[in-house]
Design a binder for this molecule. Structure first.
Ligand code: FUC
Length: 801
C-alpha cells in the first residue's frame, strides 16, 4: 500500500513516541516499507536466511519447497569454558609473577626502543588460549514435504513490523503458507504450515543435531524432548518440541513426526541449557523443569494468541521509529533492489527505498538478537549454523561488540541495550582477576575478545591480541546510556562502578613516557597493523575519554577525592591528538603514517566517533586532519569498517560522503538477505550502518542537539520520527528540497536545550504544542529554549521551503 508518509503500522503518539505533527508536509510520497521480500527459496544459510529471534533464541528460515530447514540457535550453547576437554583458564598465565615480569620487560624495552614487532611482543606476552570454545547451533528442524516442487507465485517474506516470516506458494489449486516467529514474553519459537485448497499437507518433521553432543530422544505428554550434553564441556542442553495438526493424521516417529493429509501443522519449540552467567563455573540448574512449564504455558495459549502476544511485544519497540526517504516504490523485491544498487543501475529513489529498509533492518536485528535477560548480540547476533563459527561468533571488544550497540539508545531501543550492561557487569570478577594477574593493577580490564565464559585473558595472534583499552570503550557505553536516558540511578549504581573500575585500572597502568614526561599507554597497539609502540593515538584517546567521563561522573555524584585523582591523571595524559606531516591525524606518536595504507581499522579517529572530542566546530584543525586520514584510508574495507566510516563522515557533516559509504556497504558488503558481510556474515556492520544513518539526521551532546547535520543531496525529501537525542529527547523531523521544514521535540524531563539548525534560526518559528509562539534565544543557526516535561515543541520553517 502506498501512503503519503503514513506508516502501515498503527503508531499512537505518546510522549516517548510522538509522530510528526499532524500536518506532514503535503506532497511527500513515501511507502514506508517494512518487508524483505524474495521470490525464490533460499539455499545458502549466510546469504539467504531470514532471521527471527527473541534475544535468547534465534531462528532462520530458508523456505525450501520440498525441504524447509528451520535453524534454531540459543545464545548459551557454547563449547569451551569450565569443564572443556582442552582445559580452561580464562586466558590467564600459570605463573603470574613471571608474566608480570615479561610485561614489564616489554614496557621498558618499548619505552626506550619506541617500537617492537607484534611477533616479538606476542612471543613475550601473548599466549595460546585453551578451551575458548565456539557458539553452537542448537538444532535444525527439517520439514520434508511430499508435494512436488513445481510451484508458482512463490514468496518468502520477513515483515520487520510484525517480526513474522511468511513463505507462501501455489501448487495447482492449493495455497501453501508457512509462518514463523520467536515470541519473547513466552520464550517460544513457533512455526505453522498450512494448506488451503484441494490438496492437504503431508510431510515428515525431522530434528537434526550436530554430532558434537550426546542426543537422547524421549516423549513426554505427547511432545518430544531432546536432551544431552556437549562432548567438549558437558554443558547440558534440552529442546522440547510440540507438534499439533488440524485435519489428517499426525504420527510420532522415532525422533519426529509424520503428518498426513492435514490442513495445518503447528510446531512450538523451547530450548535452553544449564548455563548461568556466574563466575567461575557458569552453570545453573538443568532447564528441564523450566522448559516443561514454558512449553505447557505456550500450548495452553495456543498459536494465534502467541502470535498476537509476539506482535504486540515486538511492535512496542519496533514501531517507535519511522524513517521515510521519499521514493515511488519501483520494486518491492529485495533481491532486485539490492542487485540494482550493486550493479549501479538503481535510480536515486531505489537507493532511498533500500536505505530505508536497511535502516530499519538494523533496528529489527537488534530487537531480535538482544532482549533484556539474554546475553548481548554476538558477532552473528543470535543466529548460528556452525559448530565452529567464524571467530567463534564471540564478543570482539576492539570495535565489534561496541558497534553492535551504537544504535540502541539513539534509535529508541534502550531496552535492547541492557544485555550489554548485564554482560559487562558479569565480566567484572574475571576482568578484575585479569587486571591483577596480568598487570598487577586494581580495577578491571580485558583484552581483544571475550566469550560467555568470562574469558578476559590472552590469545596469541600477534596483530590482534592486545587491546586493554577495551575496558574503557565498554565503560563509555554505560556513560552514553546515562547521557541519553538521564537515569541517575543507572549512573550511580551501574555506570559508576564500571567506569571507576576501568579508570582505576588505567590510573595504575599508565606509565610516564621518558621522552615527553606525559602519561601514556605502553605497550600500545593501534589495531591491527604496524608495530607495537608507546601511546598510540587510539590508546590515548580512549583512555582520555574514560578519565574525562569518569571525572564528570565523580563531580556529579559528589565523589570529590575520586574527582581530584582523575583530574591529576588527566592533566598529565598525552592526548593522542597530533597532526602530522601530511595534515593527517597521526595514528602513532611518531609521525610515521603510511598514507597509502587502506587498513580497515581507523581507531585513531575514536575522538571523532564514537567520542566527540573532535568536532568541526570546536576543533576545526583536528576535524580537517581527520578528513585527511579518512581520505587516505579510502572508502573500502570490511562491512563494519564501512559502517564506521558512515559515522565518521556524518560527524564531519559530510552527508554525501556518508551516503557514498552507505552505498559502498550495500554494494560490496551486504548479503542478499541484507546481513552485513565482513565477509563472512558479521552483524556489526548492520548495526553500525543504522547508527550512521541516524547520525546523518541527528547528533547530540548533553544539552545540545543538531538537526539534519549531514543530510545527503540524494535524500531531498523525507521524514523521521521517534529517534532520540541525549537528554531523553525524542525528535521528529520533516525536510523538503534538502531543507528542514519542521521538527518536533519532546522529553519527559524539563531542561534547557540548544539546537543547531541547518539554516539561520531566524528562518524558523518556534511554538508549543498548542501552536503558541514561545520565547527562544537565537544566535546564527543556534536557538536555545527551555522545554517543559511532557510538552512537545515545534520548529517550523517560515513560509514555503
Ligand atoms: C576484529 C577485526 C576483524 C573482525 C574480527 C571479528 O579483529 O579486525 O576484521 O571483525 O574483529
Amino acid at each position: 500500500m502506498l501512503t503519503a508518509c503514513s506508516n502501515q503500522t498503527d503508531v499512537t503518539p505518546t510522549s516517548s513516541n510522538p509522530v510528526l505533527a499532524d500536518s506532514a508536509p503535503g506532497s511527500l510520497q513515501c511507502n514506508i516499507d517494512h518487508s524483505l521480500v524474495f521470490t525464490t527459496p533460499g539455499n545458502e544459510w549466510e546469504a539467504h536466511s531470514l532471521p527471527i529471534g527473541n534475544g535468547y533464541m534465534g531462528a532462520t528460515v530458508l523456505g525450501g519447497i520440498a525441504k524447509d530447514k528451520l535453524n534454531i540457535s540459543e545464545k548459551t550453547l557454547w563449547t569451551g569454558g569450565p569443564g572443556s576437554r582442552e582445559g580452561y583458564d580464562f586466558g590467564w598465565p600459570e605463573n603470574t609473577g613471571s608474566y608480570q615480569q615479561s610485561l614489564q620487560d616489554v614496557t621498558r624495552n618499548i619505552l626506550s626502543t619506541r617500537a617492537m614487532s607484534p611477533q616479538d611482543v606476542a612471543a613475550q606476552i601473548g599466549r595460546d588460549p585453551r578451551g575458548y570454545g565456539s557458539y553452537q547451533s542448537m538444532l535444525d528442524i527439517d520439514v520434508l514435504f511430499e508435494h512436488q516442487s513445481d510451484v508458482s507465485d512463490y514468496r518468502r517474506q520477513l515483515d520487520m513490523a510484525t517480526g513474522l516470516v511468511t513463505v507462501s506458494y501455489q501448487q495447482q489449486k492449493t495455497r501453501y503458507v508457512r509462518q514463523f516467529f520467536v515470541n519473547y514474553p513466552s520464550q517460544v519459537v513457533a512455526a505453522q504450515y498450512t494448506a488451503a485448497g484441494s490438496q492437504r499437507l503431508s510431510a515428515t518433521v525431522v530434528p537434526m543435531l550436530a554430532d558434537n553432543r550426546s542426543v537422547n530422544y524421549r516423549w513426554q505428554h505427547g511432545h518430544l524432548v531432546i536432551s544431552g550434553n556437549l562432548h567438549d564441556n558437558q554443558l547440558a542442553y534440552e529442546i522440547q518440541i510440540a507438534a499439533t495438526q488440524h485435519g489428517g493424521v499426525l504420527t510420532p516417529t522415532e525422533n519426529g513426526w509424520k503428518v498426513d493429509n492435514a490442513q495445518s501443522l503447528t510446531l512450538m519449540v523451547v530450548s535452553a541449557t544449564n548455563y548461568a552467567n556466574t563466575y567461575p563455573q557458569y552453570r545453573g540448574e538443568h532447564p528441564h523443569k523450566m522448559l516443561t512449564a514454558r512449553l505447557a504455558a505456550a500450548q495452553s495459549k495456543g498459536y494465534s494468541a502467541l502470535r498476537d502476544e509476539h506482535i504486540a511485544d515486538h511492535q512496542a519497540l519496533y514501531s517507535r521509529v519511522n524513517l521515510c526517504l521519499e521514493h515511488t516504490p519501483v520494486n518491492t523485491n529485495t533481491d532486485a533492489l539490492l542487485s540494482a544498487v550493486i550493479n549501479d543501475t538503481a535510480t536515486p529513489a531505489m537507493r532511498r527505498q533500500l536505505t530505508q529498509l536497511y535502516y530499519q533492518f538494523g533496528r529489527y536485528l537488534l530487537i531480535a538478537s538482544s532482549r533484556k535477560g539474554a546475553l548481548p548480540a554476538n558477532l552473528q547476533g543470535v543466529w548460528n549454523n556452525y559448530t565452529q563459527a567464524p571467530w567463534s561468533a564471540d564478543y570482539h571488544v576492539n570495535i565489534n561488540l561496541q558497534m553492535n550497540y551504537w544504535l540502541a539508545d539513539m534509535t529508541n531501543l534502550s531496552e535492547a541495550g541492557i544485555p550489554l550492561f548485564d554482560f559487562v557487569e558479569g565480566l567484572r570478577e574475571p576482568a578484575e582477576q585479569t587486571a591483577g594477574r596480568l598487570f598487577n593493577a586494581p580495577g578491571w580490564t580485558l583484552l581483544l575478545n571475550t566469550n560467555i565464559w568470562g574469558f578476559t585473558g590472552l590469545i596469541s595472534w600477534p596483530t590482534a591480541f592486545w587491546q586493554p583499552e577495551a575496558n574503557a570503550w565498554l565503560a563509555a557505553h554505560f556513560y552514553q546510556h546515562y547521557l541519553y536516558s538521564l537515569d541517575e540511578t543507572f549512573l550511580q549504581e551501574r555506570a559508576w562502578p564500571v567506569m571507576w573500575g576501568a579508570a582505576r585500572f588505567w590510573m595504575h597502568a599508565l606509565v610516564t613516557d621518558p621522552t615527553s614526561g606525559m602519561l601514556v599507554v605502553a605497550p600500545s597497539y593501534s589495531p591491527e597493523h604496524g608495530d607495537f609502540t608507546v601511546g598510540a593515538a587510539m590508546s590515548q584517546q580512549i583512555v582520555g575519554a574514560l578519565l574525562r567521563d569518569t571525572y564528570k561522573t565523580a563531580v556529579k555524584l559528589g565523589y570529590t577525592e575520586h574527582a581530584a585523582e582523575l583530574a591529576d591523571t588527566l592533566s598529565a595524559l598525552a592526548s593522542g591528538l597530533n597532526i602530522g606531516q601530511y595534515g593527517q591525524l597521526q595514528e602513532w606518536q611518531a609521525d610515521i603514517d603510511d598514507m597509502t595504507s587502506q587498513h580497515r581499522h581507523i581507531s585513531h579517529l575514536y575522538a571523532l566517533h564514537p567520542d566527540q572530542e573532535i568536532s568541526p566546530e570546536r576543533t576545526p584543525e583536528l576535524a580537517e586532519a581527520a578528513k585527511h586520514t579518512l581520505n587516505a584510508r579510502g572508502d573500502g574495507g570490511t562491512g563494519w569498517s564501512k559502517a564506521w566510516k558512515i559515522n565518521f563522515w556524518a560527524r564531519l557533516y559530510d552527508g554525501d560522503r556518508a551516503n557514498k559509504l552507505l552505498i559502498e556497504q550495500l554494494r560490496h558488503s551486504t548479503l542478499p538477505n541484507l546481513w552485513d558481510n565482513h565477509p563472512p556474515f558479521q552483524i556489526d556492520g548492520n548495526f553500525g550502518a543504522t547508527a550512521g544513518i541516524t547520525e546523518m539526521l541527528l547528533q547530540s551532546q548533553p544539552g545540545a542537539l543538531q538537526l539534519l547535520p549531514a543530510l545527503p543531496g540524494d535524500w531531498p525529501n523525507g521524514q523521521v520520527s521517534g529517534i532520540k537525542a541525549m537528554g531523553d529527547i525524542t525528535v521528529a523531523m520533516a525536510w523538503q528540497s534538502g531543507q528542514l521544514a519542521e521538527a518536533t521535540i519532546s522529553s519527559p524531563r524539563s531542561q534547557q536545550v540548544t539546537i543547531t539548525l541547518p539554516l539561520d534560526a531566524g528562518l524558523f518559528e518556534f511554538a508549543d504544542k498548542a501552536g503558541n509562539r514561545i520565547a527562544v534565544t537565537q544566535q546564527g543557526r543556534r536557538v536555545t529554549l527551555a522545554i517543559s516535561a511532557e510538552q512537545s515543541y515545534r520548529i517550523q520553517r517560515k513560509g514555503k521551503v
